[in-house]
Design a protein around this ligand. Sequence first.
Ligand code: BG6
Ligand code: MG
Length: 220
Amino acid sequence: YPKAFIYDLDGVITDTAEFHFLAWQKLAEEINISVDRQFNEQLKGINRMDSLDRILERGFSGRIFSNTEKVALATRKNEYYLKLIESIDPSHILPGIETLLQKNKERHIKIALGSASNNASAILDKLELTSYFDYIVDASKVKKGKPDPETFTTAASALGIAPDDCVGIEDAAAGIESINKAGMFSVGIGNAQHLAAADYLVEDTAKLLFEDLIACYSKR
Ligand code: BG6
Ligand code: MG
């Protein structure tokens, strides 16, 4: 068995990836930039400021924005996002996730969060999942966001577990890249068009079964 599972939050544990998309889309519309689902794939897993940079580059390629302007825009997006997550409760945990967490516990497999979000701990609390986690990596714990491996390597070293004994679970291309660079077994939630680099891929969390995942991990 692996010794640790490191979970991404947004789009893996709960569908807040959709709320991030809606909040960015609203902000972008207000400054006349279109953010569609296709472009949004490039924002998944990317931290707040890097996401804003990608959006501004799409709309105003080459134009320089002051830090004050950027902070104001990012803060506005976060206000939209906070409104959207206000009513999150345990019913918003994606199918299969709590079963997987329970199987980790039964097998004494450590559990960590590897999220790029500043809102990660608040969301885990709202979902009432915090007590499952042995360690939480959020935006405050890393210098380099995904696709850099730092998010996942930070979690593994805090748990004292070698990367080769870790499984990382992600819905974003940047996240899979981060897990692979960390030298861990990568599990993708989504489709092969975006997540072809994943070691193991399932369409959605309902299809994420502990036994199947372990069978594939053992053959790696
Ligand atoms: C990641 C999301 O988990 O967190 C991104 O996939 C998001 O879409 C990033 O931009 C940062 O989140 P926050 O809550 O710090 O703005
Ligand atoms: Mg995600």
